[in-house]
Design a protein around this ligand. Structure first.
Ligand code: NAP
Length: 256
């Protein structure tokens, strides 16, 4: 098993369609012991219910990444229960609905700040707290991004800017933690119907275009992303850091 004996924390499970949930399930199949977080009391019920399918049972802790105290409490909880950490999965993002519809020109300062803070800065704040727990281990961080970081995708708007910041953060973090033996990578997933995706206006059109144009002539599913995540979290990718890997049926490679 590729993650035998490893302790990991997965942030971003909202429901059974979440990419984070697919990654959590695969990680447990590969022998990992997990900590799962939920953003608020509303989502706690979902996560508690889903977690019943995982053996060994994961530790469940709240973590709204916009709240520094909750982040501190998360890592204190991990230290208390496990004493260390081998990997962190950052599979969360947020932008206000009004910023995900219409013109990017209309992005409000507050909408810009929230999207960048929750979707990009959070990786930095989490990594800073995780590193001390990874001492003496070869830690692995992964995050989830999207092609809208490098191309203007209709309605993706400020989230594209946040993903660009996130991908750049991956490279800077990789440079910082690499000398300690830790790695930081991103998976750029093709469109997958999840709660977050449904917040992007016209999302189903994006699915149709990928199906028509991608080299594989189909969309990807969360399990395919999870399999790539296992590669990054395991020693299979021990020589890879600072990378953005597309799991998108090849759509990013196509011109017209
Ligand atoms: P999802 O199931 O809706 O997961 C997004 C998660 O982010 C939810 O659990 C959400 O909780 C959480 N979140 C939002 N704000 C948060 C905060 N302040 N603190 C903690 N958690 C917060 O959607 P998903 O598609 O799996 O998204 C996972 C990642 O994949 C995201 O980074 C997304 O941008 C990326 N991605 C998705 C696609 C796609 O097409 N689905 C493609 C490429 C990349 P709430 O529900 O409470 O907001």
């Amino acid at each position: 098993m590729l993650l035998e004996g490893k302790i990991g924390v997965v942030l971003g499970v909202a429901n059974k369609r979440s990419i984070a949930w697919a990654i959590a399930k695969r990680a447990v199949e590969e022998g990992a012991q997990l900590v799962l977080t939920y953003q608020n009391e509303r989502l706690k019920e979902n996560v508690v219910e889903l977690a019943k399918d995982l053996t060994p049972s994961p530790l469940l802790l709240p973590c709204d990444v916009a709240d520094e105290k909750q982040i501190d409490a998360l890592f204190a909880g991990i230290r208390e229960k496990h004493g260390g950490l081998d990997f962190l999965v950052h599979a969360l993002a947020f932008a206000r609905r009004e910023e995900l519809d219409g013109s990017f020109l209309n992005t409000a300062p507050e909408g810009f700040r929230i999207a960048l803070e929750v979707s990009a800065y959070s990786l930095v704040g989490l990594a800073r707290r995780a590193v001390p727990l990874m001492e003496g281990r070869k830690g692995s961080f992964i995050t989830l991004t999207y092609l809208g970081s490098e191309r203007a995708v209709a309605n993706y708007n400020v989230m594209g800017v946040a993903k660009a910041a996130l991908e750049s953060s991956v490279r800077y973090l990789a440079a910082d933690v690499g000398p300690m033996g830790h790695r930081v990578n991103a998976i750029s997933a093709g469109p997958i119907k999840t709660l977050a995706a449904s917040g992007v206006s016209g999302f189903s059109k994006i699915l149709d275009v990928v199906k028509e144009k991608a080299p594989l002539r189909r969309n990807v599913d969360a399990l395919e992303v999870a399999d790539a995540a296992i590669f990054f979290l395991s020693d299979l990718s021990r020589g890879v850091t600072g990378e953005v890997l597309f799991v998108d049926a090849g759509f990013h490679a196509i011109g017209f």
